[in-house]
Unconditional design. Structure first.
Length: 217
């Protein structure tokens, strides 16, 4: 595979999965509704589920697995001024972690507890060779040999398989909250809560495809 590269692609910043899984957001308090799409006339379901203020369940409506976009792995190999082909074998590694979207907004906080509730509501894998675990960072590493002709540069790209889930959250309160014991975010039967998590193979590696490309310096 050969292509003319017009510019280096930027790598997305990946956040490690710790005890609390965070996607950057503007910190809010319980009095300011941080559930995207909901105003202060309704409870802050996402915040309440994150902090144990309500008993919550995730209900999956749609789910599918698909190959994601390619991202460049590591740094390119340059042979711009060489007179012979450069052959180099290196072990390349790339990581991916779960991303969350609430009412089309990724500027939300997701705690480890809520991540487990979301995972519990997702349909189980239909095969024994592929699984997924919400919130876990997966890696793909491969020893690959690169052949870079004189006057060219080359690089590797990796495209992971993602498990997509869409659904809604059911929240139960011990006492009336904004007039009701039960709330459904962002609506019962809706697909406003979306989770995208990398697929894991039976050997622990992230499932995906590697791509090699060269271009003129």
């Amino acid at each position: 595979m050969r292509l003319k590269k017009t510019g280096r692609r930027k790598l997305a910043v990946l956040t490690s999965a710790l005890a609390v899984l965070l996607i950057p957001f503007s910190a809010g308090s319980a009095s300011a509704n941080t559930s995207p799409g909901w105003g202060d006339d309704r409870p802050d379901v996402v915040w309440d589920c994150n902090h144990g203020k309500a008993k919550c369940w995730y209900h999956e409506v749609n789910a599918w697995t698909a190959l994601g976009k390619r991202r460049e792995v590591g740094n390119p190999i340059y042979n711009c001024s060489g007179s012979q082909t450069v052959d180099q074998t290196l072990t390349w590694r790339t990581d991916r972690t779960t991303s969350y979207s609430f009412e089309q907004s990724t500027s939300v906080e997701v705690s480890a507890g809520l991540a487990k509730e979301i995972e519990a509501g997702m349909t189980a894998s239909s095969t024994q060779t592929e699984t997924w675990q919400v919130g876990t960072t997966l890696s793909a590493s491969q020893s690959l040999t690169s052949h870079v002709p004189p006057g060219e540069a080359g690089g590797w790209w990796f495209a992971p398989y993602w498990r997509h889930s869409q659904g809604w959250i059911e929240a139960h309160y011990g006492k009336r909250n904004h007039g009701h014991y039960y709330w459904y975010y962002p609506g019962r039967g809706s697909t406003g809560v979306q989770t995208t998590t990398p697929v894991r193979l039976s050997d622990g590696q992230m499932k995906g495809k590697w791509y090699w490309a060269t271009w003129k310096c």
